[in-house]
Design a protein around this ligand. Sequence first.
Ligand code: FAD
Length: 455
Amino acid sequence: MASGGEGECLDVAIVGGGIGGTYTAWRLRERGLKIAIFENTDRIGGRTFSVFLPSVPNVPADLGAMRFHRGIHTTLEGLLPQLGLRSEVFQPDQFQKMFHFRGRRLTGEELNSTKLPYNLSPSESKITSNLIWRLSQQALNVSRPDQIPDIEEATTPDGVPVYKQSYLNLMDKLWSSEAKNYLKDLSVFYTLFDTNVNAVHDAVATNPLVPSPQFTLFNTSLLFQIRPRRICASQVILALPPGALKNIQWGPLQNALPVKTALESVNDFSAMKIFLAYPSAWWDNFSVNYKAFFTDLPLRQGGEFGRFRNSSGHETALMMVSYADTKENNDFWRHLRSSPNTISSFIVPAAFSVSTKVVEHVHHHLATMYDVNASSIPMPIDGVMHIWDDPQNGGAWQLFKPGYQPKAVANFIQQPSASDDVFIVTNAFSRDLYGWSEGCLRAADKVLRQFFNMI
Ligand SMILES: Cc1cc2nc3c(=O)[nH]c(=O)nc-3n(C[C@H](O)[C@H](O)[C@H](O)COP(=O)(O)OP(=O)(O)OC[C@H]3O[C@@H](n4cnc5c(N)ncnc54)[C@H](O)[C@@H]3O)c2cc1C
């Protein structure tokens, strides 16, 4: 990577222009150092990727990260005023959401009723946030969220260390398989379940059915270009996801067994999103008017993102029609995407256009959920989609596998070789909130504190 070369040396070379790399550079700039970011695409932002379609030019289609939780994503929240960014309340009311599972349409209120299409025992039929909390209570033997112990030290009542168990292992011990199905379907992400049980801790805090508002951050993407060349730098920060780190030709990452083991400590999960812009907010016309939905159909979750009124008073609207996180769903939409006719009005670099086949299937599922005729849904005027499973970089997010202790891995991986000033910043190996951009910011702060003496 960094080597003595021609010309003047950089103080810090940052490899990767996602939120981790750009945040680290932004914080280091106050040191008066010579810093450069090296990004191998023509876009800054990485997995934070917002696109503005010409037909709804004021509403970002957030193809990657889109929300944060006040009071939990504290670093991100603290940054907003410093960067002059604004945030908005996002899907404020759980009861405006439509739920559709096993062919049945339910309101938020009905989730907690006998209408639930799951055969649950009375103690299991509680809305998911309560159920997840009950799971933590039983598994960790606590009665209040503030009593949740250090998950890496805790054991379940049968004496097994918590970090060695997956969420699914834990549910197997405590609940019926129907309760597991229910919880999986109603949890925002399927990917939580194959992961280290530490996710329970995060899930209690961030479960979307907890009626606390979430916020969205509007970002814009900048262009950035580099040419392949030899770089000299005193210190290097690799702000890259594990998939990209594995491709770096540097001895300690390629050969040192403990480093290789640490790089393998996370599972890589893929995800996809589809946005469609419509000539009007057609969902206003039906008797069921929900702003957002959540379903076991391949759409999984979606909702209105916003509207645009032009100077002659005409209103267009943007809907996220799908956000799903299983390989099956990704494969399903990828296959449809490859059909030749597209509705996208312009090419967004690095994002995918939307085929008429994708629209046909989206409308079929929307019509099922809303219980309307598919022909009553107007054709979209524009669309954009993305599938996050690039073989070079990896997927949408990474979560620790059972058997690994996040804190230990995070501490170790941040400087993979004691004799080199090469540091790693990534949300994947953060000590906490690792799936989120917040995890990435915290990992960056830790490296800056420990190796650059910054507070
Ligand atoms: C669909 C989706 C939804 C999400 N939702 C949320 C959310 O709601 N809230 C939230 O907080 N987080 C969310 N996240 C997670 C969040 O996006 C990430 O945690 C965060 O963006 C990671 O930033 P990063 O800088 O660590 O990595 P990345 O954003 O992946 O940045 C790495 C950069 O390095 C570049 N790169 C790779 N290899 C090389 C190389 N060899 N040389 C130079 N450059 C290289 C890549 O092109 C990329 O730009 C979501 C992610 C996805 C995909």
